[in-house]
Design a protein around this ligand. Structure first.
Ligand code: GDG
Length: 474
């Protein structure tokens, strides 16, 4: 087998040992795979340039080469802020009300995908395995084929795949999905997203689906499957012994002054259901006066993608809502919600998870949700906390022993909080053991290995001749 080539919107360069604790599990898993095969990681540098030149910045650390390009302001606006984050992200999270359809976004998206392909194709060798990531780069495989690449190319989607009836509201939806037929393997987190994809292929493209997940459209055969992502469990377990994790644990534990602690950790994004969660907690306080003063909810919500208007709106909404709840219930010596609008280093986060009796992970829709798994991995086996999880997170398919809730229902969230806070230790241990068993078994290495193995085995014997990409219909 040749090298592994990872292509994603942003590249996570290997960090020096001292900063390892700040590297995400996904990056760690991919970097380990890249190291093993002396591989390359391509993507956008995150920098803007006046004119796109295609100049590649190479960096080499610990056996991994990263290669990045700068993008023009207009590229960033149309491809990243536009089509990726204002069209595909909301639509794929079932928020058609927030999706913006603008033809300049679509053309900017295709232009950047072409630019990525043109820049990186010359660096790829014949036996390299290529793994493309996420909704920013859906048509990249097709662009690479058009440059004559016959390698095995796989695509993994980190967010949900929407139902066919929603997806058809995207102008040129067929053009987008047909571009995926140039991959050899397409992966999703769950059977649910896979099923929605199959449904679309059958209904809109007249394709057939074989029992092993191979789809066939107009003679093109592509293997499709679910590969649920996991976390780097051993890293999470190790972190808990580090000073920063211990300090964070102590700080939260001490500040709770004997009260129960509920935690939420989410990027500030409308898909995470934060307003609904706050309202669920408020309902809990209204219905359970015996808990007033005995519980404290810490919501950590670092802002992301600040340039997008919707994010300003959600920020204002949450500021107002947390203020109202505190205004309604707080005493001089107790606030019901601590809403923190900043990020924390990874080690600290683990300590916070460990100190919390309950985690509220209630996205309205989520491809997987790693926070749920991180919380489970950080618990004390003798006295574990309780996970309340949205049934609309991909993770709910694996974490069946969590308290599963409909995140839109204040009543269900309120009842689950009560149940979690009252749950006897024996039940907490029983549920946690089942959860952690899954989190350990299906960890991030398992995810990476199963995807790469499936890609290495994928059939790409059919003609991948130059220019043989399917014609675009629209
Ligand atoms: C996408 C999909 C899918 C959060 N706050 C801090 C912090 N985080 C870290 C968490 C976790 C990560 O960010 C968030 O991952 P999620 O999976 O929960 O959600 P998305 O960012 O939306 O990720 C998702 C994922 O891709 C992987 O495929 O699961 O469905 O939407 O790791 O810990 N990390 C630090 N400080 C913070 O304050 N250090």
């Amino acid at each position: 087998m040749g090298r592994l080539i990872v292509i994603s919107n942003r590249v996570s360069a290997p960090k020096p040992r001292s900063a390892e604790g700040t590297q995400g599990g996904l990056a760690v898993a991919l970097l380990a795979a890249l190291q093993e095969s002396n591989g390359l990681w391509f993507g956008w540098s995150g920098e803007r340039t006046e004119r796109f030149t295609g100049e590649i910045h190479f960096q080499r650390h610990g056996g991994v080469t990263t290669a990045t390009v700068d993008l023009e302001e207009q590229d960033v606006d149309e491809y990243y802020n536009g089509y990726a984050n204002r069209t595909l992200w909301p639509l794929f999270h079932y928020r058609i009300d927030l999706a913006e359809f603008d033809r300049t976004f679509g053309s900017g998206y295709e232009r950047v995908n072409e630019r990525f392909a043109a820049t990186f194709a010359p660096l790829i060798e014949a036996d390299d395995l290529i793994w493309v990531h996420d909704y920013h780069l859906v048509p990249l495989g097709q662009q690479l084929r058009q440059r004559g690449l016959k390698n095995r190319i796989g695509f993994f989607l980190h967010i949900p795949w929407p139902p066919q009836r929603l997806l058809v509201s995207l102008p040129y939806h067929q053009r987008l999905v047909r571009s995926m037929l140039d991959y050899d393997l397409i992966g999703f987190h769950t059977e649910e997203w896979l099923e929605s994809f199959h449904h679309y292929v059958a209904r809109e493209l007249g394709g057939t689906i074989e029992p092993d997940g191979t789809i066939e459209v107009e003679g093109r055969r592509v293997k499709t499957a679910a590969f649920p992502i996991g976390i780097d469990v051993s890293e999470f377990e190790r972190v808990l012994d580090r000073p920063d994790a211990r300090n964070a644990y102590e700080t939260l534990h001490r500040s709770a002054e004997g009260r129960k602690v509920i935690i939420g950790v989410d990027r500030l994004d409308y898909s995470k259901g934060l307003a609904e969660r706050f309202n669920g907690y408020r309902r809990f306080l209204e219905e359970n006066p015996d808990w007033l003063g005995r519980v404290s909810f810490l919501q950590i919500a670092p802002p992301t993608r600040g340039e997008v208007h919707t994010y300003e709106h959600i920020r204002e909404e949450l500021d107002a809502l947390s203020g109202r709840i505190n205004g309604q219930f707080a005493h001089v010596d107790w606030v019901p919600i601590r809403y923190v609008n900043q990020g924390y280093p990874r080690d600290g986060l683990s300590g916070f998870y460990r100190a919390a009796d309950v985690a509220l992970v209630t996205p309205l829709r989520d491809g997987m949700n790693l926070v749920a798994k991180e919380y489970v991995a950080s618990q004390d086996p003798d006295d574990p906390g309780v996970l309340i999880l949205s049934r609309f997170a991909g993770a709910a398919h694996q974490l069946r022993e969590a308290l599963l809730v409909n995140p839109y229902s204040k009543d269900e969230v309120s009842d689950a909080i009560r149940k979690a806070l009252d749950m006897p230790r024996a039940e907490r241990i029983r549920r946690w053991e089942a959860l952690v068993d899954n989190v350990r078994r299906e960890d991030v290495l398992h995810w990476r290995r199963t995807f790469v193995e499936a890609l290495a085995k994928a059939d790409n014997s059919h003609d991948r001749a130059e220019g043989a990409a399917l014609p675009l219909l629209e």
